[in-house]
Design a protein around this ligand. Structure first.
Ligand code: NAD
Length: 495
C-alpha cells in the first residue's frame, strides 16, 4: 500500500486496545492506573494505557503458572502446538497493516520499513519456531544393558519477556515465539514507549488458539512492572532485550530472587571496516543504510565507520551524496526513510551526544541538528562526523540515533584493534575482495555477528546476539528453542 492518504485515514480511525491481557481476558490494571503513550511524529497523545505494577504482574504470573501446570499447552502434542503457531503467523499476515500502523504511530518507525522488514520478519519468526517444535530430540545414552538412560528436554515453566521499543512487534516475536514453541507460558512486558502492538498480538494469539493464561501482556514501566517480573519468585526465565545497564540489573534481580535463568540482548557500537580493496560503491551504500535504518535506533547500528586512510576523503564525499536519500519526514508516508526518534528524551540524548562530539573535536559533515519544519516531532537529522578518534565519547558510547563517525586507519591490525576496543561486541563487518583478509578479520573481530561484504543480511537460522557487554544468549536460530528448555535425565533400572 503506497498511498500516504490512505495510511493517514487509517491512522485517524485507529482505536487500539489499551488494557492488560491476563488469563485470556483484557482487564484494567488492579490499581486503575494509566499512562499516556505519545505519537513521536507530532508529540500528541495516542492512547491512555493501563499501567500494570507488581499486583498485575503477580496475577499474570499466577495465570501463566496455572496454565503451565494444567498442561493445556506445555503437554499438548507438538503437532498441535505447531498448528497454533502457524495460525499465529497467518493471522499476523492478515493483520499486517494494523500492526504496521500501530508501531508506526507508537514509535515513529517509517511505515515502509515496517511493512518490508518488521512484519515479514515477525511472521517468519513464528513460522520458524513452529517448525522447530518437533525437531527437538532427546537422547538415549550408551549405558550398561541393565539400565536405560534417557535425556529428555522439557519446557522451563513461566518465561517473562521484557522488550525494547525500537522494534516493538519484532522484538516481542523474537522473544515470545521460541518461549511458546518450547511449551512455556509467557508474560510479556513491552517497553512503555511502544505498548500498543503487543495487545493486538494477544488478540490474534487467542484467535489462533493459544489457551487462556499461556500468553499474558502486562504493560507498565520498567522500574515497577519490569522489575516486579524480574524479581518474581515464580518466573523461571527472563528473556530480555534492551540496554546494557538494564541487562545488568536483570542479572542482579535473578540473583536476588530465585536464580531464574536470564538471557540478555543488549547494546552495541558496531564497526564496519572498509579495506582499501573494498567494493567501494557497495560499501558506502551499506555504510549509509547501516546507520540510518530505523533512525539509528537499532542495536546493530553501524555507528563506527573504520575507513582505510587512502579512501577517507572519497568515502566522506560519497557518503554525503548517498545520505541525501535519508530525509526525515512523516513516518506514515511510504516515501519517508527517516522517522522521528521515539521520545523527546531520546531526541535530547542524541543531540547531547552530537554536542559532545563537537566539543571533543569532531567535525559535523552533515546533519547535527533538528530538521526544519519538523520541530513538533522528535526528529534528528541524519548526521556524520569526521575527525573522530576511537577515544572520543561518540566513538565509544551507544548513541542510539542517526549519528555515525568516520575513523581512518592505516593497517588491518589497527582496524581490528580499534573495532575490538569496545565494551560491546554485537555486530561488525569487513569489506574486502581478498579471501585471506575476509577470513582473518572475521575471526579476529570480537563480535557475535560478522558480515563480509554486506551488512544486516541474514535469516532465521542466524544466531543473533553479542560478545562482551552486548549480552548473553542468542535470539533466532535453533539453539534459542533449546535455551527455553531444560534437560532431565531419566535413568531406568532394568534389573
Ligand atoms: P531499556 O533497557 O531502557 O528498556 C528495555 C525494557 O526493559 C523495557 O521494557 C523497559 O521497561 C524495561 N526496564 C527498564 N528498566 C527496568 C528495570 N529497572 N527493571 C526491569 N525492567 C526494566 O532499553 P530501550 O531503551 O527500550 O531499548 C534500547 C536498547 O535496547 C539499546 O541499548 C539497544 O541496543 C538494545 N537492543 C538490543 C537488541 C539486541 O538484539 N541486542 C535489540 C534491540 C534493542
Amino acid at each position: 500500500m503506497n498511498d500516504v492518504k490512505r495510511w493517514r485515514e487509517l491512522a485517524d480511525a485507529v482505536k487500539p486496545e489499551t488494557r492488560l491481557f491476563i488469563d485470556g481476558r483484557f482487564v484494567d490494571a488492579v490499581d486503575g492506573q494509566r499512562f499516556t503513550t505519545l505519537n513521536p511524529a507530532n508529540g500528541k497523545p495516542l492512547a491512555e494505557m493501563a499501567r500494570g505494577n507488581e499486583k498485575d504482574v503477580d496475577l499474570a504470573v499466577r495465570a501463566a503458572r496455572r496454565a503451565y501446570r494444567s498442561g493445556v499447552w506445555s503437554r499438548r502434542s507438538p503437532r498441535d502446538r505447531m498448528g497454533v503457531m502457524f495460525r499465529i503467523a497467518q493471522l499476523l499476515e492478515a493483520h499486517a497493516e494494523e500492526f504496521a500502523l500501530l508501531d508506526c504511530l507508537d514509535m515513529g518507525k517509517s511505515i515502509s520499513e515496517l511493512t518490508s522488514i518488521d512484519l515479514p520478519c515477525s511472521i517468519q519468526t513464528f513460522q520458524y519456531f513452529a517448525e522447530t517444535i518437533d525437531k527437538v530430540e532427546g537422547v538415549v545414552t550408551s549405558t550398561d544393558r541393565s539400565a536405560l538412560h534417557m535425556i529428555v528436554r522439557e519446557p522451563l515453566g513461566v518465561v517473562a519477556c521484557v522488550t525494547p521499543w525500537n522494534f516493538p512487534l519484532m522484538m516481542a516475536a523474537w522473544k515470545v515465539a521460541p518461549a511458546l514453541a518450547a511449551g512455556n507460558s509467557v508474560v510479556l512486558k513491552p517497553a512503555e514507549q511502544s505498548p500498543l502492538s503487543a495487545l493486538l498480538l494477544a488478540k490474534i494469539f487467542a484467535e489462533a488458539g493459544v489457551p487462556d493464561g499461556v500468553f499474558n501482556v502486562v504493560n507498565g514501566f520498567g522500574e515497577d512492572a519490569g522489575k516486579a517480573l524480574a524479581l518474581h519468585m515464580d518466573v523461571d526465565k527472563i528473556g530480555f532485550t534492551g540496554s546494557t545497564d538494564v541487562g545488568k540489573l536483570m542479572l542482579i534481580y535473578a540473583g536476588q530472587s530465585n536464580m531464574k535463568k536470564v538471557t540478555t540482548e543488549c547494546g552495541g557500537k558496531s564497526p564496519q571496516i572498509i579495506m582499501p580493496d573494498a567494493d567501494f560503491d557497495t560499501a558506502v551504500t551499506y555504510a549509509v543504510s547501516g546507520i540510518f535504518i530505523n533512525q539509528g535506533e537499532i542495536c546493530s547500528a553501524a555507528s563506527r565507520l573504520l575507513v582505510h586512510e587512502s579512501l577517507h576523503d572519497a568515502f566522506v564525499e560519497r557518503f554525503v551524496a548517498e545520505a541525501a536519500r535519508y530525509q526525515p519526514g512523516d513516518p506514515l508516508d511510504p516515501a519517508t526513510t527517516v522517522g522521528p526518534l521515539v521520545t523527546r528524551e531520546q531526541q535530547q540524548r542524541v543531540l547531547n551526544y552530537i554536542d559532545i562530539g563537537r566539543k571533543e573535536g569532531g567535525e559535523v559533515v552533515i546533519g547535527g541538528g533538528i530538521p526544519t519544519g519538523l520541530e513538533a516531532g522528535y526528529y534528528v537529522q541524519p548526521t556524520l562526523f569526521k575527525g573522530v578518534t576511537d577515544k572520543m565519547t561518540i566513538a565509544r558510547e551507544e548513541i542510539f540515533g542517526p549519528v555515525a563517525a568516520v575513523i581512518p586507519f592505516k593497517t588491518r591490525e589497527e582496524a581490528v584493534a580499534i573495532a575490538n576496543d569496545s565494551c560491546y561486541g554485537l555486530t561488525a563487518s569487513v569489506w574486502t575482495r581478498d579471501l585471506n583478509t575476509a577470513h582473518g578479520v572475521a575471526r579476529d573481530l570480537e563480535s557475535g555477528i560478522v558480515w563480509v561484504n554486506c551488512y544486516e543480511h541474514g535469516d532465521m537460522t542466524q544466531p543473533w546476539g553479542g560478545y562482551k557487554q552486548s549480552g548473553q544468549g542468542r535470539d533466532k536460530c535453533f539453539e534459542t528453542i533449546l535455551a527455553h528448555m531444560q534437560t532431565k535425565s531419566v535413568w531406568i533400572n532394568l534389573g
